[in-house]
Design a protein around this ligand. Sequence first.
Ligand code: HEC
Length: 158
Amino acid sequence: MKSIKISLVVMGMMFSSVVKAESGVESLSPELRDLLTKEMVALQEGMQSILPAYVSGNLDEVAKISGKIKNSFILKQQITDKQRQELGTKLPKSFISMDKNFHEYAGMLEHVSEMKNTELVGFYYSKLTESCVACHTEHAQHRFPALDMKTVNDEHLH
Ligand code: HEC
């Protein structure tokens, strides 16, 4: 009985890794991966330029940058219908929903910056950063293997 259970688990693991290989970010065409990378680099630059604006009280600038981040669906810009379809079939649902959350936080950051609420600007800036890490942990371990360690360590702690 025990061995049946174990082999079911092993089969399950094999199955999920097959599904992952066929549907993950790594299966995207080189053109789409290139666009994704460009979007990521732009996001990182945006996040980096928010910091000096925030700490110097220039919340108009924070609003401007986070507004750009909010609208930065590169994946929805400059692409053909076929590529759009490819994204729909290859990107896991959790990727799409994490991306959506991320853009919602960017919208909140824009909003609270416009309201000149310094404390909430700090809050949503950190929420945005957390959502970078969350998505990388789940969908970009091939790129950021150190995040894998974090997950493993967390599991040991719990
Ligand atoms: C919805 C998922 C998701 C979110 C949110 C996300 N990323 Fe990424 N990021 C990825 C994936 C997937 C890759 C790996 C892409 C690949 O391998 O083609 C990546 C790669 C990167 C890279 C490496 C690009 C390169 O040169 O290879 C950087 C830098 C990066 N992300 C920054 C960020 C920052 C900063 C944030 C938050 C402000 C963020 N990302 C939010 C999914 C995400």
